[in-house]
Design a binder for this molecule. Structure first.
Ligand code: FES
Length: 81
């Protein structure tokens, strides 16, 4: 059994929300549905506003920051997990 968790945090700060980050979270949640160990949640501003929408993916205790995200991109990344 795989106990490893991957946490996908989608920024819901002002700038990223204004760039429709909620659709990224919705897509991530749809992608995670029925898959064990994938957690999707909102997070506050990550100080990356100019390059938002921002997503932070934590895997094996490492944070990776993704800029200029969109729903298709998050789905593409998550399919590789
Ligand atoms: S609002 Fe998303 S990085 Fe600042």
């Amino acid at each position: 059994m795989n106990n490893k968790k991957i946490v996908i945090k989608v920024c819901h700060g002002h700038a990223c929300s204004g760039r429709f980050s909620k659709y990224i979270l919705e897509r991530a949640q749809a992608e995670a549905d029925g898959r064990e160990g994938l957690i999707c949640e909102e997070c506050p501003c990550q100080g990356n506003c100019e390059k938002g929408p921002t997503v932070i993916i934590t895997k094996n205790d490492n944070d990776q920051k993704y800029s200029h995200m969109d729903p298709n991109e998050i789905a593409k990344i998550m399919k590789k997990f």
